[in-house]
Design a protein around this ligand. Structure first.
Ligand SMILES: Cc1cc2nc3c(=O)[nH]c(=O)nc-3n(C[C@H](O)[C@H](O)[C@H](O)COP(=O)(O)O)c2cc1C
Length: 265
C-alpha cells in the first residue's frame, strides 16, 4: 500500500502530489487532517503501509510550521517501509532536507530514502523585493516541474531507489536555514499582521474556504479574522479576487498566484 501525505497552501504541492499519486496508485491524505484529528485513535494507520511519501512546500528554508506537528502525530511506518519526500519551492530549500530527516529520525521513522525539491511558482510576497513570478516564468516552472516529476522523480520512486538527495540548497544554505529562518518565524509569521480592507472585502468567504487549516474564520460581521494556528501559507491573500487581504505594508501592489484548490479533500 502506498500513501502520500501532503500539505499545500496555494495548490502547487497538491498538484505535484496528485501527479505522483495517480501514476503510482497511491492514496492522497492531507496532513492537515492528521492535525485536526490529533493523537486520537482514528489516526491513519501508517504502520501498515509499505510506502510512505511526503509532499509539502518549503517555507523560509524549512518545514512549514504545520508540517512538524503533523509528522509528530503520525505513527512511524514500519522499519521496512520505503519513505520518500518531495518539497516544492519557489527557488531553493536551504537545509530543509536535513531538517526533515532529523525530525523523522527523532520521531522513530525509518530513513528517508529519497528527497527531491521541485521548483514551482513563488508565493511569498510579504517583504520588499519578494513578488510572484511573471506569468511566463510561472508557466515554465510548472511545465518543468511536471517533466521532472514524470521523468526523474517517478521512475526513481517506482524503483524504490535508496540514498537519494536531489534538492537545490541555494547559496548560503546554512545561513538561510539556521539564521534567517528562526528570525523569519519569530518576526514575520504573526497572524495578527493579516488585515482586510473593508472597503474592498465583499465578505464572500473565499479566504476562509481556501485556508487549508481552517485558520481564517468570519468574524461577527462576516469579515475574515486569522487564528493562531495559521501557518502563513498566504492562500487567503492569493485567493482574494479583490486584493482585500494584506500582510503588513509590503503586500500592497504585489501579484497573486492562481490558487489551485480542493486542498481539503
Ligand atoms: C511563507 C512562505 C515562505 C516561503 N519560503 C520559501 C523559501 O524559503 N524558499 C523557496 O524557494 N520558496 C519559498 N516559498 C515559496 C513556496 O515554497 C512555493 O511557492 C511553493 O511551491 C508553494 O507551495 P504550495 O502552493 O503547495 O503552498 C515560500 C512561500 C511562503 C508562503
Amino acid at each position: 500500500m502506498h500513501t502520500i501525505y501532503y500539505f499545500s497552501g496555494t495548490g502547487s504541492s497538491l498538484r505535484v502530489a496528485r501527479q505522483l499519486a495517480s501514476a503510482m496508485g497511491a492514496d492522497l491524505v492531507p496532513m492537515a487532517e492528521a492535525v485536526a484529528q490529533g493523537p486520537a485513535p482514528k489516526r491513519p494507520a501508517v504502520a501498515e503501509r509499505q510506502c510512505v511519501g511526503l509532499v509539502f512546500p518549503v517555507y523560509a528554508w524549512g518545514l512549514p510550521l504545520v508540517v512538524k506537528p503533523c509528522l509528530r502525530l503520525l505513527p512511524p511506518p514500519d522499519a521496512s517501509a520505503y519513505v520518500w519526500a518531495v518539497m516544492t519551492c519557489g527557488d531553493d530549500v536551504g537545509r530543509t532536507d536535513r531538517e526533515l530527516r532529523r525530525l523523522l529520525c527523532a520521531c522513530g521513522w525509518p530513513e528517508v530514502e529519497a528527497v527531491y525539491s521541485v521548483r514551482m511558482p513563488n508565493t511569498y510576497v510579504c517583504l520588499p523585493g519578494f513578488d510572484v513570478d511573471s506569468p511566463e516564468v510561472a508557466r515554465r516552472k510548472r511545465e518543468e516541474a511536471e517533466r521532472r516529476v514524470a521523468e526523474v522523480i517517478m521512475p526513481a520512486l517506482q524503483q524504490r531507489r535508496r540514498g537519494l538527495t536531489d534538492v537545490v540548497p541555494g547559496a548560503c544554505p546554512w545561513l538561510k536555514s539556521h539564521v534567517l529562518r528562526p528570525l523569519f518565524n519569530r518576526c514575520l509569521t504573526n497572524p495578527a499582521h493579516f488585515a482586510v480592507d473593508k472597503t474592498q472585502c465583499n465578505r464572500c468567504g473565499a479566504c476562509s474556504r481556501t485556508c487549508p487549516l481552517g485558520a481564517v474564520r468570519p468574524d461577527a460581521e462576516g469579515y475574515p479574522s486569522w487564528e493562531r494556528h495559521c501557518t502563513h501559507c498566504l492562500a487567503c491573500y492569493h485567493v482574494c479576487r479583490r486584493h482585500a487581504v494584506s500582510y503588513g505594508p509590503f503586500t500592497r501592489g504585489k501579484g497573486q498566484v492562481n490558487v489551485e484548490r480542493e486542498n481539503r479533500t
